[in-house]
Design a protein around this ligand. Structure first.
Ligand SMILES: CC(=O)N[C@H]1[C@@H](OP(=O)(O)OP(=O)(O)OC[C@H]2O[C@@H](n3ccc(=O)[nH]c3=O)[C@H](O)[C@@H]2O)O[C@H](CO)[C@@H](O)[C@@H]1O[C@H](C)C(=O)N[C@@H](C)C(=O)N[C@H](CCC(=O)O)C(=O)O
Ligand SMILES: Nc1ncnc2c1ncn2[C@@H]1O[C@H](COP(=O)(O)OP(=O)(O)OP(=O)(O)O)[C@@H](O)[C@H]1O
Ligand SMILES: N[C@H](CCC[C@H](N)C(=O)O)C(=O)O
Ligand SMILES: [Mg+2]
Length: 487
């Protein structure tokens, strides 16, 4: 149980009148349903509804005070504290309510590669002798184990409760993912950052962001507003959009570390495939190193270098960071080799956006002496515009395309498939994801590579408002073991 805190200590900049400032606060929440007696309720305008509609419910549940945007006109039977930016204020209040944070925190943004980079950075820090954790789409992974989470960047109250608990457990180094939703909704505004990383930018979440510029600007906030001036900015400079992030870092006056083929701090001079591994030639300020990265997929080299850059930016000696790349373990569900059957190999990958699908197909192409086959779908209640683009990417990058269901959520799965199929001429449609995977596995011929894309590490399929148990890994493994062959 967290100790009560005086409201005035949680909102020191407001100069609250003495009686109000002394109000004991037992918890903080932006969800009226989670409010308990003595809580501070933050009434936030959201994407679906407005928290001010639930002030009455929060007070009925025992809220001691309400935090709200000054222009929202919130009234209540308990004191209302008007502020200019309730979301940012909530993040800072959460940081004061759960005050401990790991000594070193690095946040990573970008359209693809965030989960991979935070996982690699955790491993590099651990190899350098630190108590390290990572937090993001895969949940929280720490020295004592892993717990699954639902959001890539949790809401500020959950986030700071986690940071506080991790610090209490002795974690000194945390690598976390900063999603565009998280940045836009100011979920990380209370986090004390030491470093920020950028992977790449392509299309995603256009259901949420009104324009591409809005999406990019949300990501830029990490560099232009959240990273303090003493921090380090690590930018993978191989994509055109990286210039925005380099400029933001320069304008902020932070240390800029660039990585990738065009990188100055860690320059990838050459890459050569070595079975499921890659040999990287890296030039850095102190010299040149040849590293065997034990991971498949060209882009994992860029992700590994971004992680190494973040390790260097947070005090790990360059040689130690580069040595650690040789021992990196893969990320669950990212270019994840599951097994072989009849001389054909099967990979599970989390590509659920056009650019990721194109990248992973390109990364797997060299392994396909025969056909490159892809089974994938697209999530419901998410950016509908990406569906035809994913269809195009699959048709362009694979020899055989099977369109199936991802997480349909509240949408009609057949309509989602139809939107993909319209852009993937010649593709086959098998709605049932299990059947689609079994059909593809049973048809494998020597030299084929099968990619099952879109759900990666996920262990459920969201249909309507129910999550049914489903794992691409399990279905693939069962299919690999069964003796069935395609008719
Ligand atoms: C679109 C979106 O991002 N929504 C997130 C956002 O909700 P919101 O503030 O817009 O909420 P809303 O439903 O409009 O409600 C407004 C306010 O009323 C409150 N309310 C609502 C009902 C009620 O009875 N009482 C009450 O107090 C809500 O708690 C909220 O504060 O803030 C909530 C708390 O932080 C999140 O749980 C919620 O995530 C939803 C569930 C979600 O699915 N988000 C996804 C899209 C997301 O955030 N994804 C990113 C990126 C993923 C990636 O690409 O990796 C992520 O970081 O996971
Ligand atoms: N550097 C990269 N460039 C292009 N594609 C990538 C890169 N890294 C990963 N991918 C693709 O994106 C998928 C998701 O990777 P990862 O989970 O590391 O990214 P993420 O940014 O955390 O994604 P999400 O926003 O869904 O959490 C991978 O399975 C792969 O298909
Ligand atoms: N964090 C991403 C995950 C998408 C995964 C994919 N399987 C889907 O359901 O679309 C999102 O919520 O948009
Ligand atoms: Mg992620």
């Amino acid at each position: 149980m967290t100790e009560p805190r005086a409201l005035g200590d949680l909102l020191p900049a407001l100069g609250l009148e003495a009686d109000l400032a002394a109000t004991p606060i037992l918890g903080v929440s932006a969800d009226s349903r989670a409010v308990k007696p003595g809580f501070l309720f933050a009434a936030l305008a959201g994407a679906k509804t407005d928290g001010k509609r639930f002030v009455g419910a929060a007070v009925a549940n025992g809220a001691a005070a309400v935090l709200a945007d000054a222009d929202a006109g919130v009234e209540a039977d308990v004191p209302v504290i008007p502020v200019t930016d309730a979301r940012a204020t909530l993040a800072r209040v959460a940081a004061r309510f759960h005050p401990r944070q790991p000594e070193i925190v690095a946040a990573v943004t970008g359209t693809s590669g965030k989960s991979s980079v935070v996982t690699f950075l955790r491993q590099i820090w651990a190899a350098a002798g630190h108590q390290a954790a990572s937090l993001g789409t895969l949940g929280v992974t720490k020295p004592s184990g892993a717990t699954y989470g639902s959001l890539t960047t949790p809401d500020p109250v959950a986030l700071h409760a986690t940071l506080d608990a991790l610090t209490g457990e002795g974690v000194t180094h945390l690598a976390m993912e900063a999603s565009s939703h998280g940045l836009d909704q100011k979920r990380l505004d209370g986090v004390n950052l030491n470093a920020a990383g950028f992977t790449n930018l392509s299309r995603d979440h256009m259901d949420y962001h009104p324009t591409v510029a809005h999406y990019r600007d949300a990501k830029l906030r990490l560099f232009s507003e959240l990273l303090p001036t003493g921090g380090a900015a690590v930018v993978c400079v191989d994509g055109a959009d990286s210039a925005w992030f380099c400029e933001a870092a320069k304008a902020r006056g932070v240390r800029l570390i660039t990585v990738g083929f065009g990188g100055e701090t860690l320059k990838l001079a050459s890459v050569a495939r070595d079975g499921m591994a890659q040999i990287l030639d890296i030039e850095h300020e102190g010299g040149r190193r040849t590293i065997r990265l034990p991971l498949a997929g060209d882009f994992q080299a860029a992700n590994a270098l971004t992680a190494a850059g973040l390790a260097i930016g947070t005090g790990v000696p360059t040689e130690v960071a580069l040595d650690a790349l040789e021992t990196l373990e893969g990320v669950p569900g990212r270019v994840d080799f599951v097994g072989e059957r009849n001389g054909g190999a099967v990979f599970v990958d989390y590509a659920h956006k056009p650019d990721a699908l194109a990248s992973v197909l390109a990364a797997l192409r060299p392994f396909a002496k025969g056909r490159l086959i892809v089974v994938f779908g697209a999530g419901g209640d998410r950016d509908a515009g990406k569906r035809p683009l994913m269809g195009e990417a699959a048709a362009a990058g694979a020899d055989v395309v099977i369109v199936t269901d991802d997480n349909p959520r509240s949408e009609d799965p057949a309509a989602i498939r139809a939107a993909i199929l319209a852009a993937a001429p010649g593709a086959r449609e098998i709605g049932d994801r299990g059947l689609a995977i079994r059909t593809a596995v049973s048809g494998l011929q020597p030299g084929d590579v099968l990619l099952v894309a879109g759900k990666g590490h996920e262990t459920g399929q969201i249909v309507g408002d129910r999550t049914l148990p489903f794992s691409d890994h399990e279905v693939v493994r069962d299919a690999l073991q069964s003796g069935e062959t395609a008719a």
